[in-house]
Design a protein around this ligand. Sequence first.
Ligand code: TIU
Length: 220
Amino acid sequence: MTVVEARPAPFTFDPASTALLVIDMQRDFLLPGGFGETLGNDVGQLRRTIAPLAALLAGWRAAGLTVIHTREGHLPDLSDCPPAKLARGVPSMRIGDEGPLGRILVRGEYGHDIVDELAPVPGEPVVDKPGKGAFYATDLGALLDEKKVTSLVVTGVTTEVCVHTTVREANDRGYECLVLADCVGSYFPEFQRVGLDMIAAQGGIFGWVAGSTDVLRALQ
Ligand code: TIU
């Protein structure tokens, strides 16, 4: 077993039954002109996650461990996008509209794909999800069962939206979740801080919080 210094207590995991989950590190959230910016957000707040996540991915891959990526997005005909979600945001720049990075949050478009720095390598599953949570309407649960994964190291964006939703879904399904503070990002510094506090509070009500260097050190 491997032990990582974490809040509220050390996180113990078996690397062989743990997956690194990289949530929605897509151009639409991280680059100017994408969905995140059209919602009025400063994408600079998220870009600080890229370098530590790239280093973590390199170490995790070198150890031969499981990596799973997710992408939030919709079919080109938007049939998997609920009207309530479609109606969000600036009227001229909604999901499915043509933007500088292609049609916003539509599968197959440039903006929908993962940033170059964190591109999946062959063999790493990419789970396309229509919701904020990675388990809703996807085969993630089946994939984790197949790989006999019981613990998740959770990274990606945004902390209080897709990361939180996924961690909450994972908890109810019995997974132990370690969330990495420097590898998750929010457009709102306050939400970043409080979002992480919410996970580790009450004795770790949703899981544990650590830094990526703590994980890399533990894998040595
Ligand atoms: N808007 C926002 O903070 N996030 C999302 O819409 N999706 C994800 O978090 N991936």
